[in-house]
Design a protein around this ligand. Structure first.
Ligand code: G6P
Ligand code: MG
Length: 214
């Protein structure tokens, strides 16, 4: 029986996954590094610096630690410019309806995101007071597929991992959920992940009854 649902943020609750892509594409173009949407898929759920390492696989140039930090900061600046335009209109279709339906049914809801921009995004979209717990990139040492971010969310809600369901759009996130001993609903880009327990193209397709069916 599921007692809590932990939602990934970027690409599940809010359409910020596109802004991440645009920020990295701008940085890669400026640095003359080949990058495209296919490579971008590997960055979903992965921390900022680990994302940069994936982008740097396409260059022979050796960047030192300070230079890498500067590149990641630059991308974050481009990303934050785009985040400034965020509003409740950027909440993905079906997300708020499902979150509110779960709360009304007595199921706890949390955010489990690798992003250090999570508090800012929740504020801009009017969701800062919506969730029972927020576990994000500012509070963890290891990003997905490590289960740390989801285990922290479960601990904050005092719900055992086995009674938690994770909603994810990243392959790394589906793996993190499995590593945490949780059930996983894969949406969007993670749709084809074989480890998912349920899948949907969009949260519009998912009802509270579907969650109770686990
Ligand atoms: C999420 C996104 C990733 C992003 C990571 C870190 O997991 O899916 O694409 O790299 O957060 O985000 P940040 O906002 O801290 O750079
Ligand atoms: Mg995501």
């Amino acid at each position: 029986m599921i007692k809590a649902v932990i939602f990934d943020l970027d690409g599940v609750i809010v359409s910020t996954d596109e802004f991440h892509y645009l920020g990295w594409q701008r940085l890669a173009d400026e640095e003359g590094i080949y990058f495209n949407r296919k490579i971008n898929e590997r960055l979903r759920g992965v921390s900022r610096l680990e994302s940069l390492e994936i982008i740097l696989e396409k260059t022979d140039k050796n960047y030192g630690q300070e230079e890498k930090k500067a590149l990641a900061d630059r991308k974050n600046g481009y990303y934050r410019e785009l985040l400034n335009t965020l509003s409740p209109a950027d909440i993905l279709p079906g997300a708020l309806e499902l979150v509110n339906g779960l709360k009304n049914a007595g199921i706890k809801v949390a955010i489990g995101s690798s992003s250090r921009n999570t508090p800012f995004i929740l504020e801009k979209t009017g969701l800062a007071a919506t969730f029972d717990a927020v576990s994000d990139g500012n509070q963890i040492k290891r990003s997905k597929p490590d289960p740390e971010v989801f285990l922290l969310a479960a601990a904050k809600m005092h719900i055992p991992p086995a009674q938690c369901l994770v909603v994810e759009d990243a392959d790394a996130g589906v793996e993190a959920a499995i590593n945490a001993g949780m059930k996983c609903l894969a949406v969007g880009s993670a749709y084809l992940h074989p480890g998912a327990h349920m899948r949907a193209n969009s949260l519009i397709e998912i009802s509270v009854a579907d969650i109770f069916s686990f």
